[in-house]
Design a protein around this ligand. Structure first.
Ligand code: WT7
Length: 647
C-alpha cells in the first residue's frame, strides 16, 4: 500500500496557495497559537462589529461550551452576496444545470442579491423574525440557495430537509424545530422523475403538533393544481413580484445559530445539529479556499445535495463567501445516462469537481462508458467525501474522470464538524489512495483505545479531536445534554467522532468507518435505531435488528432481521410491504436491502441484542463469530446462519 503514492505535481506546488512547507508552517502556527491564527483568518469575512475575543471553548464534562468571536457581529448573507455584488456584480455566482440536460442558467452576484432580497422581504412581511425557524424543502434549483441566504439575511434559522425525505420526516423536523414557515416547490425533478414536494408538505402538516407552521411559500415549477390551503399557502412568484428588491440585513452575533441540520445518530430520532454564524462561515470559507485551491475565475462544482451538510458548506456558504462560481446540479450522475458528469464538466468548463465514492462506484461499474463523449480537460482538482474511498474507486476516478492529471482530495468530515477536518491540500500533500491524509489547520486529531488511552505512532484507534475549531457544532437543538452525551461522554475532554481510524508511519490517517450503530449507506447517514423503530411499528413485526453489511456500490447495505408477530404468515408480499413501509416512513434511502425473518435473535442473558454476531452473519463471515457463550440461547445463531446461507 505504501508504494502507491501520488506526489504533488510541480505545477500545483507552484500555483497553489500552499506547498508542503507552507502547510506545515501554517498548521504549526494554528496549533501553537489558535487565537492568533484564527483571528488573522477571520479577516476574510466582513464584520459589522469587530470581535475582541477569538476563542472561548471548553470540553469540560458537565460544562461543554463552544464560542468563537463571541462579541463580533456579521451577516452570513452579506458575506456571501452583498460584498461580491458590490465588487463584481456581473460575475456569475451560480451556474444551474437542470435534470434535463437542455436546461441551464447563470445567475450573477447582482441577480443573486436581488432574488435573495425579495425573498427575504416576503418572509419578513409574513412575520418571520430573527431567531424564528424556517424549513426549506426544495429541489436542487437556485431558489434552494436563495432560500438559505434569505433566511441568513433576516436572521431566521433555516433547516433544509432533503427532497427525498418523507412527510413523516418533515413532520418530525417541524415539531422539533417549531418552524414558523416552510419554503417549498410544487414539484422537483430528479433523474427524470417528478417528486411531489408540496403534497409531502401537506401530508406532513396533517400531523398533530405541526401547527407552529403559519405559512407555506410554494414555488410553482410545474404550475400544476395542488390543493391550496387558503391563508396558509402563498405563491412564490406572486409574492416576490410584489416585494421590494432591497432588504436591510440583520446584524447577527457570531454565535447566533445560522442553521439546524438534522442527522442520524446511534440512538433515538435524528438530532438537530446547530451551526453558528461566524465560526461556521469562516471555517467553510477557509477550507473551501485551501482544500480546493479555489482561484479567481475557477468554475467549481460540488455534486452533493443542499439537503446535506456538504451542500451547505461546499455548494452555498463556503464558495459564495469566497466569491466563487458554484455549480448547482439538479440531476443525478446516471441520467440521462452515465456520461452525464463528463458532459456537464465539458459544457461548463468545470475546474474543480467534488463528489462521493458511491457515485464513483456506480459509474465505475459501467467501465469506460462514463468517460466517453467528454474530454474533462478543464478539470484541475477532484474531491471525494462521505465515506472511505476504496483504492479501486480512487484509481478509476483518477484515471477516467481526471485523465490522471488531477489530484483527489479525500476529505474526511461530518455534519457536526461543519467543514473538512482531515484532507490533503492540492499543492502540499502527496496522496495515498484511500487515505484522507493529514489534518486541516487548527485540527488536532488523536487516536484512543477503548479505555481512553492516547495511542502513539502507527496504530488503529477511535478518532477524537482534542481542541475546538470554529466550524464545530454548538449544540443539539433544544437538547444540550444530548450534545454532551453524544460527543463528549465516551471520552472525557475530547470530541468523539464515532469513527475509527488508523495512522500510518507517515502520520497519514485512514478512516476505517463508524464504530457506533450508525450506518453509511451511499454516503447517507442512518441510525440503526431509527430504522428499527420504524420496522417495529409495522403490525407484522414484533422485533427488529438492523445492521450494515458490505455492499459493492452503496459501501454499506441495510440488513434487517425481523421477528414476526404471533400468527403472521411470512410471504414475499409481506416482505415487500415491510420494505415499502420503511421507505414511506423515513425515505427510500432507508429501504432495507436484505430482510431475513427469524424466530430468534441472539441476545445476552440480560436481553441485549448482540449486533456483533448479526453483523458477521450479514457479512457471511461465519468463522469469526467470536464468543457466543454469553448468549441466552446459542442455537438461534445456527438457525440464522442456515437461513442466511440459503438465501
Ligand atoms: C460520516 C459523517 C461530511 C459530509 C458527508 C457525510 C463518513 C465522511 C469520509 C471520508 C471516510 C468518511 C464518516 C463520518 N465519512 N467523509 N472522506 N472518508 N469516511 O456527512 O452524514 O455527517 O457523515 O461519514 O464515517 O463520520 P455525515
Amino acid at each position: 500500500m505504501s508504494d502507491d503514492i501520488f506526489p504533488v505535481s510541480e505545477a500545483l506546488k507552484q500555483s497553489s496557495y500552499a506547498d508542503n512547507q507552507r502547510y506545515l508552517s501554517l498548521y504549526q502556527q494554528s496549533i501553537d497559537d489558535p487565537d492568533g491564527f484564527w483571528g488573522e483568518q477571520a479577516k476574510r469575512l466582513s464584520w459589522s462589529k469587530p470581535f475582541s475575543k477569538v476563542r472561548n471553548a471548553r470540553f469540560t464534562p458537565g460544562d461543554i461550551s463552544i464560542k468563537w468571536f463571541e462579541d463580533g457581529e456579521l451577516n452570513a448573507c452579506v458575506n456571501c452576496v452583498d460584498r461580491h455584488a458590490k465588487a463584481t456584480p456581473d460575475k456569475v455566482a451560480i451556474i444551474w444545470e437542470g435534470d434535463d440536460p437542455t436546461q441551464d442558467k447563470k445567475i450573477t452576484y447582482a441577480e443573486l442579491l436581488e432574488q435573495v432580497s425579495r425573498l427575504a422581504n416576503v418572509m419578513r412581511e409574513q412575520g418571520v423574525q430573527k431567531g424564528d425557524r424556517v424549513i426549506i424543502y426544495m429541489p436542487m434549483i437556485p431558489e434552494a440557495a436563495y432560500s438559505m441566504l434569505a433566511c441568513a439575511r433576516i436572521g431566521a434559522v433555516h433547516s433544509v430537509i432533503f427532497g427525498g425525505f418523507s412527510p413523516n420526516a418533515i413532520a418530525d423536523r417541524v415539531i422539533d424545530s417549531k418552524a414558523k414557515m416552510i419554503l417549498t416547490a410544487d414539484v422537483g425533478h430528479r433523474g427524470g422523475n417528478l417528486i411531489q414536494l408540496k403534497q409531502n408538505v401537506d401530508k406532513a402538516l396533517e400531523r398533530d403538533g405541526t401547527d407552529s407552521v403559519e405559512k407555506v411559500l410554494v414555488l410553482k415549477e410545474a404550475g400544476n393544481d395542488n390543493p391550496w390551503s387558503k391563508g396558509r399557502d402563498l405563491c412564490w412568484q406572486d409574492e416576490l413580484a410584489k416585494a421590494s428588491a432591497e432588504c436591510a440585513a440583520e446584524a447577527m452575533n457570531a454565535e447566533d445559530p445560522l442553521f439546524i441540520l438534522y442527522t442520524s445518530g446511534s440512538t433515538g430520532t435524528p438530532k438537530g445539529v446547530v451551526h453558528s454564524t461566524g465560526g461556521y462561515l469562516l471555517y467553510a470559507a477557509l477550507t473551501h479556499h485551501y482544500v480546493f485551491d479555489y482561484h479567481e475565475g475557477d468554475i467549481y462544482w460540488c455534486a452533493a445535495d443542499v439537503g446535506w451538510i456538504t451542500g451547505h458548506s461546499y455548494i452555498v456558504y463556503g464558495p459564495l463567501a469566497n466569491g466563487a462560481t458554484t455549480l448547482i446540479f439538479e440531476g443525478v450522475p446516471t441520467y440521462p445516462d452515465v456520461r452525464r458528469i463528463g458532459q456537464v464538466v465539458d459544457k461548463h468548463q468545470v475546474n474543480i469537481l467534488y463528489t462521493a465514492p458511491t457515485a464513483i462506484r456506480a459509474l465505475m461499474a459501467k467501465g469506460d462508458l462514463p468517460a466517453q463523449d467528454s474530454t474533462r480537460s478543464s478539470l484541475r482538482i477532484l474531491g471525494s467525501v462521505g465515506e472511505p474511498i476504496n483504492p479501486e474507486a480512487w484509481h478509476w476516478y483518477h484515471d477516467k474522470i481526471g485523465n490522471k492529471q488531477c489530484p483527489i482530495m479525500d476529505t474526511w468530515w461530518q455534519t457536526e464538524t461543519g467543514g473538512v477536518m482531515i484532507t490533503p491540500l492540492p499543492g502540499a500533500t502527496d496522496l495515498k489512495p484511500g487515505s484522507a491524509t493529514r489534518p486541516f489547520f487548527g485540527i488536532q486529531p488523536a487516536l484512543l483505545d477503548a479505555d481512553g488511552n492516547t495511542l502513539e505512532g502507527a496504530v488503529d484507534g477511535n478518532l477524537v479531536i482534542c481542541q475546538s475549531w470554529p466550524g464545530q457544532m454548538r449544540t443539539v437543538w433544544g437538547d444540550h445534554e444530548r450534545f454532551e452525551q453524544t460527543y463528549f461522554s465516551t471520552y472525557k475532554n475530547y470530541y468523539f467522532t464515532g469513527d475509527g481510524a488508523r495512522r500510518d508511519d507517515d502520520g497519514y490517517f485512514w478512516i476505517t468507518g463508524r464504530v457506533d450503530d450508525v450506518l453509511n449507506v451511499s454516503g447517507h447517514r442512518l441510525g440503526t435505531a431509527e430504522i428499527e423503530s420504524s420496522l417495529v411499528a409495522h403490525p407484522a413485526v414484533a422485533e427488529a435488528a438492523v445492521v450494515g453489511y458490505p455492499h459493492d456500490i452503496k459501501g454499506q447495505g441495510i440488513y434487517v432481521y425481523l421477528l414476526p408477530t404471533d400468527g403472521t404468515e411470512i410471504t414475499e408480499e409481506l416482505t415487500k410491504q415491510v420494505r415499502q413501509w420503511v421507505k414511506d416512513d423515513i425515505s427510500p434511502i432507508a429501504a432495507p436491502d436484505l430482510i431475513q425473518w427469524t424466530h430468534g435473535l441472539p441476545k445476552t442473558r440480560s436481553g441485549k441484542i448482540m449486533r456483533r454476531i448479526l453483523r458477521k452473519i450479514a457479512a457471511n463471515e461465519y468463522e469469526q463469530l467470536g464468543d457466543t457463550s454469553t448468549l441466552a440461547d446459542p442455537s438461534v445463531v445456527d438457525a440464522l446462519i442456515d437461513n442466511r446461507k440459503n438465501r
